[in-house]
Design a binder for this molecule. Structure first.
Ligand code: 5RP
Length: 298
């Protein structure tokens, strides 16, 4: 109970103006407190960047390489991630509820790898997202794809639902195999997502002009890792992306398919949060690798 004979308060520091600081994330200053709080559970407020560990691939691929046993392959990695990107099925069955960082929930789906992938619908309700206490919902956007308009509308509907409850929306720009992966396409896709309300956007790194993609997008961009590369190349990719304006990585295969995933995720963290050079990060990977092994192999 509060002290009833409280002496009169007098320490008003009337000469000290109250601080009003901008929020650390690009384009996020005018969001509400709850949304900012959730974004701070995805992005590290000190570096302004994130290492998202993505392992939602099973939602259209099934148990792909490295994700055969999420309990064995992925759970040992989660302590090194700033946030997890996954489906609700894997969240409920395989991730300990003691995980307290942000959850980015895969919220679109429908077709499998056997069909036209752009033919997606929203695959989760807002009630479910709230029940699972997620920080963001992720939706695929197929700019230029067969079902472009539907995927854009999936995103705008999730933005409306998420904004009502302070839950962020991650627009994932999905590039069809028939499309040219260049800066021009990435500028178009990322800018469309931001203009139509995405809180942040995931795209792919391109060698030429990636800095124009991040510059033209008024919300944070994170890059997908894409197909498995040799570790040194994946670290170089992450380094290039953050040095050219990305707010981090949403990396899956280049971590969980690595020879030494625990070492790799820590090396990626070094690049993203400590600005390690690709060589420094690779050396760190090699040093840590000795103590690392695939849990499922043992
Ligand atoms: C699947 C996804 C993945 O989460 C995304 O592509 C990141 O994973 P990777 O680094 O393996 O590309 O959105 O559709």
């Amino acid at each position: 109970m509060a002290d009833a004979d409280n002496t009169e308060a007098k320490n008003y520091a009337a000469d000290v103006p109250m601080r009003s600081e901008p929020f650390f994330l690009k384009g996020s200053n005018n969001l509400d407190w709850g949304m900012k709080n959730r974004l701070a559970a995805i992005f590290n407020p000190s570096s302004g960047r994130t290492v998202m560990l993505a392992f939602d691939h099973g939602y259209f691929l099934g148990p792909t390489s490295g994700l055969e046993r999420v309990d064995l392959n992925i759970v040992p990695l989660i302590q090194y991630a700033d946030t997890l990107m996954l489906t609700r099925g894997i969240l409920r069955t395989s991730i300990p509820p003691t995980y307290t960082r942000g959850i980015v929930l895969r919220a679109s789906g429908g077709p499998s790898i056997l069909k036209e992938l752009s033919n997606e619908e929203i695959a989760v309700s807002i009630d479910e997202a709230i029940r699972l206490n997620v920080a963001a919902m992720a939706v695929q956007v197929f700019v230029g794809g067969e079902h472009e308009t539907r995927s854009v509308h999936n995103m705008t509907r999730l933005v409306d639902m998420g904004n009502r409850h302070g839950i962020a929306t991650l627009a994932v720009t999905a590039v069809g195999t028939e499309m040219v992966r260049d800066a021009k396409y990435m500028r178009l896709a990322t800018r469309m997502c931001a203009e139509l309300g995405a809180t942040y956007v995931k795209t792919y790194y391109v060698d030429e002009g990636f800095e124009t993609v991040t510059a033209a997008c008024p919300v944070p961009i994170v890059i997908a890792g894409g197909k498995k590369l040799p570790e040194a190349e994946a670290l170089q990719l992450a380094h290039n992306a953050v040095q050219q304006g990305a707010a981090g990585v949403d990396m899956g295969r280049n971590i969980f398919q690595s020879e030494a995933p625990v070492a790799m995720i820590q090396a990626v963290r070094g690049v993203v949060h400590k600005n390690l050079s690709p060589k420094e990060a690779y050396d760190l990977y090699l040093t840590l690798k000795d103590g690392d092994e695939h849990p499922a192999d043992s």
